[in-house]
Design a binder for this molecule. Structure first.
Ligand code: F6R
Length: 608
């Protein structure tokens, strides 16, 4: 996720910006840049690569003298990681400069309008639209121009802005992307996160949505979108740097779980337009979508588990046959590629060796490959014929959470789009399902709020040796993920079983007190899975059930129940995964393990 730092005060700005950006490195980035007002003009230096490169280019900041500036570390979303896509971005005559964190959903529309008015773009970013739009509305009053663009821009943003003809001011504004303001004797700051400015001040204002701030050397003034002055109270930050990097959370995994509502919304909302699903990057005509005869979903680990869910969704909704493959198997099993086969490779990192090899194998046989990838410009993103990005932001904990959740969203969007184009879903159902999708972020938030209850439950199982996860259909798919989450970070052996399969062998492992997690979100399978719950109960299992609110019947059989808010039967995994992630997290935490870095595991598996 991008990082923003801005400073205006008595000291040289560039070294402070570089130092601040270095404290945001943990958020992940692929390029960086700074812009400083040098007394007559705004000068900018930016580059692809690590901050070390920017440090060398600016001689530790010395080559950009001046006491007001903004800086940025970029995690690519629109446009590959490159010098020209790095921030800051200028308007046409370099008199307005902008850094941005977030996603401008209507940037293509705005870009077309601006181009028609003669504006020229030099990058592929959504951010550059902001610089030109500000230029369009700017009439000598920065506040007015900022308020005007806020009415035009859709999406999420935290912006740092400087105007050459207001050199004693730095502006910032936020909507749905974090931004803080720091105040000190020697100058004032903006930053996307506390660690960037902790060295200079602990007095911080947390900006709310649609608030604008104007910093000068001595003071900070807040405004609402109507340009009225707001009175805000600073808070004193007590965290140390390590805690601040994690936003006050004990581990990145917990922080990332809490980022899921936003990650899901960022991945979903830009693709919903006027009651329809618009996936510009898919580059497939309706005829091509109708001509799909078969889909291969190929991935590793948790990404593979999203594919298992997606098989049920694609087949159920769009009625397209789907095969799901582990990438490490697919690449060697000589699969049959027939005309009309679409291969979808799913990967957070975009660098997983087996997934990349599977992609190449499919392309060798003339198949079109669609990548579902989180890291922009990664190998899979570059080599796939088309890419749909998950906009989860960088994931630092080894065990994936928010990337998993955003991959599910992309599957739903594709399946529902295909279903509509192929005439398998009527308009009413389609609209209902879009509404269900839109509700997911707040439903996820609700489930996250339940964390204490799950922590108490998890603390009872710190000494468990074996745990089983069972479910049918889509509930089986989420059982796979729940089981992987638990075993990889808690080192407790766990297995996921299709609930009906348990009695074909594994049930012999159930003993008195064995924890069995049963997922029962599918109404048409509810009674069937209840029978399997009864089977394990009779053999002494303790059953934790995950079911929809309203299915209180489960309480007669299970020992402990976690209820999920109601959503469409195809989308339940987006909700069921939350308590399972929390359970795994709290078992690992309770055992005193390094939740973020489980033994023997790497975040990006670039070897076979
Ligand atoms: C588990 C986990 C892994 C990854 C797998 C694929 O929590 O993170 O199972 O899902 O290694 O990685 P990507 O998605 O980067 O291809």
């Amino acid at each position: 996720m991008c990082g923003i730092v801005g400073y205006i005060g008595e000291s040289e700005a560039a070294p402070i910006l570089l130092e601040g950006l270095s404290k945001l490195e943990y958020r992940g980035y692929d390029s960086a840049g700074i812009a400083v007002y040098n007394g007559t003009a705004i000068e900018m230096i930016k580059s692809r690569g690590r901050l070390k490169v920017l440090n060398e280019l600016t001689h530790g900041g010395a080559s950009l003298p001046g006491r007001a500036g903004i800086g940025h570390t970029r995690w690519a979303t629109h446009g590959s990681p490159s010098d020209s896509n790095a921030h800051p971005h200028f308007n046409g005559d370099n008199s307005i400069v902008v850094v941005h964190n977030g996603i401008i959903e209507n940037y293509l529309k705005l870009k077309k309008k601006l181009e028609a008015k003669g504006y020229e773009f030099v990058s592929e970013t959504d951010t550059e639209v902001i610089a030109h739009l500000l230029d369009y509305y700017y009439d000598g009053n920065p506040l007015e121009a900022i308020a005007k663009i806020m009415y035009r821009v859709e999406g999420s943003y935290a912006l740092g802005i400087m105007f050459e003809d207001h050199p004693r001011e730095v502006y910032a504004v936020r909507k749905d992307s974090p931004l803080i303001v720091g105040k000190s004797e020697k100058g004032n700051f903006i930053a996307s996160d506390v660690p960037a400015i902790l060295k200079y001040t602990r007095d911080v204002y947390f900006m709310e949505n649609e608030e604008i701030v104007c910093l000068n050397k001595e003071d900070v003034t807040f405004y609402n979108i109507d340009e009225e002055v707001l009175v805000k109270t600073p808070v004193t930050i007590e965290w140390d740097i390590a805690a601040a990097e994690k936003g006050g959370y004990e581990f990145f995994m917990l922080k990332e779980m809490y980022e899921q509502p936003k990650a899901v919304s960022d991945t979903l909302m830009p693709r919903l337009k006027n009651g329809d699903i618009v996936i510009e990057e898919l580059q497939m005509t309706e005829e091509e979508i109708r001509d799909i005869r078969k889909i291969y979903l190929v991935a590793c680990g948790s990404a593979y588990h999203t594919a298992v869910t997606a098989k049920y969704v694609f087949e159920g909704l769009a009625r397209v046959p789907v095969e799901v493959d582990l990438a490490s198997e697919f690449r060697y099993r000589n699969p049959i590629f027939e005309p009309g086969t679409l291969v979808i490779i799913i990967s957070q990192s975009g660098e997983t060796a087996d997934s990349l090899a599977a992609l190449r194998e499919a392309q060798k046989h003339g198949c079109k490959v669609l990548g579902i990838v989180n890291v922009v410009g990664s190998s899979i993103a570059r080599e796939a014929d088309t890419v749909m990005y998950t906009w989860a932001g960088p994931e630092i904990a080894v065990a994936t959470t928010k990337a998993y959740s955003t991959q599910l969203i992309v599957h739903y969007l594709l399946a529902l789009k295909f279903a509509k184009v192929r005439g398998k879903v009527n308009d009413i159902k389609f609209r209902e399902m879009i509404e269900d999708l839109k509700r997911l972020p707040e439903q996820i938030e609700l489930l996250l709020a339940n964390k204490e209850k799950i922590q108490r439950f998890a603390n009872r199982y710190l000494a468990a040796e074996h745990v089983f996860f069972i479910g049918r259909g889509i509930d089986y798919a989420i059982s796979l993920e729940g089981s992987l989450k638990l075993k990889e970070i808690s080192y407790i052996h766990s297995e996921a079983y299709a609930a009906g399969e348990l009695k074909h062998g594994t049930i012999s492992l159930i003993e008195d007190g064995t924890l069995v997690t049963a997922v029962l979100t599918q109404d048409h399978l509810f009674k069937k899975t209840i029978s399997n719950v009864v089977e394990v109960k009779t053999r002494g299992a303790f059953v934790l059930a995950v079911a929809h609110a309203g299915n209180a019947e489960i309480e007669k059989t299970a020992d402990y129940v976690i209820y999920l808010p109601k959503t469409n039967e195809y989308f339940t995994n987006s909700l069921a995964v939350i308590p399972l992630q929390l359970f795994a997290y709290y078992v690992s935490l309770g055992k005193g393990l390094d939740v973020d870095k489980p033994r023997n595991l790497a975040k990006s598996v670039t070897v076979e």
